[in-house]
Write a protein of this length. Structure first.
Length: 365
C-alpha cells in the first residue's frame, strides 16, 4: 500500500513499474484521459512518407497548419497561434499579460496556478460546489468577479469534474469580465469529446470579445501527447501580436506541423472517436449510478469523477486495488476541494471499461 502522499500522473508509468513491479506495457492507463482509439489511421499511413521534410526548417509562420486548424475549429486563420503544446501557450500568455491576481475555477488542473505563480502573480479559487454536481453557478460567480482580479481561468469541460459551461453562460461571464477589465483564459482541451461541441466551445465568441483566449491541443482527443502541438484561438490582434513577438521561432518541429495538418482532416477517425466516447460515457454513468456506495457525477468529457460513499475505503485504496490488476485510475485527493473520497478515470475500449467497472462494483457491492 502506498503512503497517502504518493500520487501518479497518467504519464508516470515508469514509476508504477518500479514501485509495483508491473510492466508498463501491461498497464491500462485510465488516468491519462487519452483517446482509446490511438492515433489517427490517416496520420499513421501518411506521416512516414513525409520524413524528408525534416531536412528543412518549418515555416516560421506555420501558415498551412494554422489554416488547417482554422478550418477545423471554424475560426479566422489570423486568430490562430500555435505552440509546443498548450502548456507552452499557457506560460507564454502569462508572460505577456503578467496577471497579478487570478481567479481560477476549481477543482482543476494545477498547471494554471503554477504558471501564474512562476509569472509573479497570485491565484485564488472559485469553488465549484459538490451539491451542484460541480456545475458552475454563473450568477454566484459574477458576484465574486470583482475588479481586484485581472484574469479568470476556466477549464471547459473541466478536469477532473467533467462538468461544462454552456455557451450562453460563457457569454455572460465574458460580459462581466469585460465590464471589470478581466481577461479570460479558457482551456478547451476536452471539448471535442462532448456530445455537441457547439453548445460548449467559445471559439465563435472570439470574433466579438477581445478579452478571451482559448487553448487547445492534440494530446487527448488525437492521442498524440508526444508530438507537443498546441494552439490558441484569440480575436484580440494586439494580444496575438505580443504572443507572436515573445514566442520562440520554430517551437513546433516540421513533422509535428505536418502531422497536425493530416489529423485535423481525418473525419472518419473524429466521428468514430465521438461515437465511442458517447456510447461508453452513457453506459458507464448508468452502471455507476446504480451503485449505492458510489456517486457518479454527470460527465461531459471523456472521463468521469466518482465519489466513494463507503466510509472504510479511500481513493488510495481503490488506486492500489486497481493498479494491482493493471488498471491505473486517478486518485483525486490532490485536487483543490477534493479529498480521499474522489477518483477519476477516462473511458477506454468497451472491454477495458467493463473490466474496470466490474472491479469497482465488486469493491463497492
Amino acid at each position: 500500500m502506498l503512503t497517502p502522499k504518493e500520487h501518479f500522473h497518467g504519464s508516470d508509468l515508469e514509476k508504477i513499474e518500479a514501485i509495483y513491479g508491473i510492466k508498463k506495457e501491461d498497464i491500462t492507463s485510465f488516468s491519462a484521459n487519452v483517446n482509446p482509439l490511438g492515433i489517427s489511421p490517416k496520420l499513421r499511413a501518411g506521416l512516414a512518407g513525409k520524413i524528408d521534410a525534416i531536412t528543412g526548417y518549418p515555416d516560421r509562420e506555420y501558415t498551412s497548419l494554422r489554416k488547417c486548424i482554422a478550418a477545423y475549429v471554424h475560426a479566422d486563420p489570423e486568430y490562430i497561434v500555435v505552440g509546443n503544446g498548450s502548456t507552452e501557450l499557457i506560460s507564454l500568455f502569462i508572460q505577456v499579460t503578467h496577471p497579478k491576481n487570478a481567479l481560477i475555477i476549481g477543482p482543476t488542473y494545477s498547471e494554471y496556478e503554477r504558471g501564474i505563480s512562476l509569472g509573479g502573480g497570485s491565484s485564488q479559487y472559485y469553488r465549484l460546489e459538490e451539491a451542484d454536481d460541480f456545475r458552475l453557478n454563473v450568477e454566484d460567480l459574477k458576484k465574486e468577479l470583482t475588479a481586484e482580479f485581472d484574469l479568470l481561468v476556466i477549464c471547459n469541460p473541466n478536469n477532473p469534474t467533467s462538468s461544462a459551461i454552456p455557451l450562453p453562460d460563457m457569454r455572460k461571464i465574458l460580459d462581466i469580465c469585460k465590464q471589470r477589465g478581466i481577461l479570460c483564459m479558457v482551456d478547451e482541451t476536452y471539448v471535442e469529446f462532448a456530445n455537441d461541441v457547439n453548445q460548449i466551445t467559445a471559439v465563435s465568441l472570439t470574433g466579438y470579445y477581445n478579452n478571451i483566449i482559448i487553448l487547445r491541443g492534440i494530446s487527448k482527443f488525437f492521442a498524440a501527447p508526444g508530438l507537443r502541438l498546441g494552439y490558441a484561438v484569440c480575436g484580440n490582434m494586439d494580444l496575438l501580436k505580443l504572443l507572436n513577438q515573445r514566442k520562440n521561432p520554430w517551437t513546433i518541429n516540421t513533422l509535428a506541423a505536418i502531422a497536425g495538418e493530416i489529423m485535423f482532416t481525418d473525419e472518419d477517425y473524429i466521428h468514430r472517436t465521438k461515437e465511442l466516447i458517447k456510447q461508453e460515457r452513457n453506459r458507464i454513468f448508468g452502471l455507476l449510478s446504480a451503485c449505492s456506495n458510489l456517486k457518479a457525477y454527470p460527465p461531459v468529457a471523456n472521463f468521469i469523477l466518482v465519489k466513494i460513499l463507503k466510509e472504510d475505503i479511500t481513493s488510495a485504496d481503490v488506486f492500489d486495488t486497481a493498479i494491482r490488476k493493471g488498471l491505473m485510475i486517478r486518485d483525486c485527493s490532490t485536487f483543490p476541494f477534493l479529498d480521499q473520497k474522489f477518483i477519476r478515470f477516462c473511458f477506454m475500449s468497451p472491454e477495458k471499461n467493463t473490466e474496470l467497472i466490474n472491479l469497482l462494483l465488486e469493491i463497492f457491492r
